[in-house]
Design a protein around this ligand. Structure first.
Ligand code: AMP
Length: 185
């Protein structure tokens, strides 16, 4: 079983670590943020609907993402495992995922929580220079994380599937710990 959900505030290094771990484990890295940014670049209907929310640092509505996740996890390359990066982002999305995986008869997965202190996050995010990374938007994204995404820590804990990892270390150290977790999975 190699099904992992990556949780952590913006700037925790989720995307980078999720990408490296997916290569290591030879499973797809599914980033809803990447999918949405690509949709915006291509100006698809999804991209046009998502852009305003993303520009402000808000979550895009669940209705735009649920079918997308269902389709992506149904694809052939996702049958041996996956890493979800950026989904679920709130409790209703987590409940949707649980129902979906139950319907696939693949309900077990692990949630990795990458922990990084707030002050480190802001410095990291400001130096990243992504288009949606102005200070105002960064602060809003952190606030949205605290309000809507952080409750998932308790959700996964209650389900007994939470693994917390100290993300405030060298990239290689974090990677080594994640590789060993995936080897046990
Ligand atoms: P990320 O690259 O994961 O930091 O996502 C960038 C932005 O995409 C977020 O600030 C949200 O606006 C949007 N987004 C990505 N994943 C989700 C999700 N699961 N639910 C709602 N919005 C999302």
């Amino acid at each position: 079983m190699k099904r992992l959900v990556f949780l952590g505030p913006p700037g925790a290094g989720k995307g980078t670590q999720a990408q490296m771990l997916a290569e290591f484990a030879e499973i797809p890295h599914i980033s809803t943020g990447d999918i949405l940014r690509y949709a915006i670049k291509e100006q698809t209907p999804l991209g046009k609907q998502a852009q305003g929310y993303m520009d402000k640092g808000e979550l895009v509505p669940d209705s735009l993402l649920l079918d997308l996740i269902k389709d992506r996890l149904s694809q052939k390359d996702a049958q041996l495992g996956w890493i979800l990066d950026g989904f679920p982002r709130n409790v209703p999305q987590a409940e949707f995922l649980d129902q979906l995986l139950t319907s696939f008869e693949k309900s077990d997965y692990w949630a990795i929580n990458l922990q990084v202190p707030d002050e480190v996050l802001i410095t990291r995010l400001l130096s990243r220079g992504r288009q949606d990374d102005t200070e105002e938007v960064i602060r809003r994204r952190l606030q949205v994380y605290q309000e809507q995404t952080a409750p998932l820590i308790d959700y996964f804990q209650a389900h007994g599937i939470l693994h917390s990892v100290d993300g405030n270390r060298d990239l290689e150290e974090v990677k080594a710990e994640l590789d060993s977790i995936v080897n046990q999975a």
